[in-house]
Design a protein around this ligand. Sequence first.
Ligand code: NDP
Length: 261
Amino acid sequence: MDLRLENKVAVITGGSAGIGEAIARGLAAEGTHLVLCARDEQRLRAVAESIAGVRVLTVPADLAEPGDAERVAAAVEREFGGADILINNAGTGSEEKILTAPDSRWQHYWELHVMAAVRLARAIAPQMKARGGGVILHNASICATQPLGYEPIYNVTKAALVMFSKCLAGELIGDNIRVNAVNPGLVMTGDWVKTAKALTAGTDQTWEQYLQNIAEENAPIGRFATPEEVADFFVFLCSERAAYSVGSTYYVDGGWLKVTT
Ligand code: NDP
């Protein structure tokens, strides 16, 4: 299937690791030029240098900080004259109790998971409009619908991101900009491995066994997704082959979601 993504320009937040990096590689394989942003400049550069055949711009940015989203958009404008695709992917899990978590913790996740997407939409959608259209995708989480008990702030802010995606879709489809959200389930990325290694250090269980148990307890498919299995879905949604997909939320979760939506 020809996805017709050659010479498009995609901005991917959190493009230096995990799902974001896999989306970057997937789009690069289709001939899409990339703008990758994340905080750790070295890691960002290493990923950029390992991608061949397309132009890759790296923009170190902390998207939880007001001003950084606008800086990213300005860099895109300077380097490429605008973007056709925006993947709001940067994010991370949390762990807290509602009764003891301070306002500052809520505020941080609100900035990272929601306001970064709001600010990037404000700054980049006009570029897309000038280019005749575009695609904006939000990487939320199955937790937006089916919460995990240990991370209420993550659940709440990801739920808000899904609603933002829906509202933005209605506002932008008249400009030929398609907005959708993806809710992944268990995806084998660095955070999971790090946690598993920490929790199994000095025990009889290996970190691989720990993660396998989580997969078997939760996902009917009985395993984690690879980042590429989720990324391929994003790449398809970027394509005009997905032209009628607007304002939706797609689960990629190995059957974990326990209800219909
Ligand atoms: P990783 O930790 O592997 O990668 C996260 C990426 O986001 C990195 O590039 C990181 O770079 C960047 N990032 C984190 N914080 C910021 C920030 N403040 N500003 C800019 N960039 C930032 O995560 P995953 O690939 O696992 O997750 C990606 C997205 O997918 C997240 O939004 C997550 O919530 C979601 N998701 C993940 C699931 C999973 O099982 N892995 C399941 C469901 C959803 P740096 O640290 O250098 O800033």
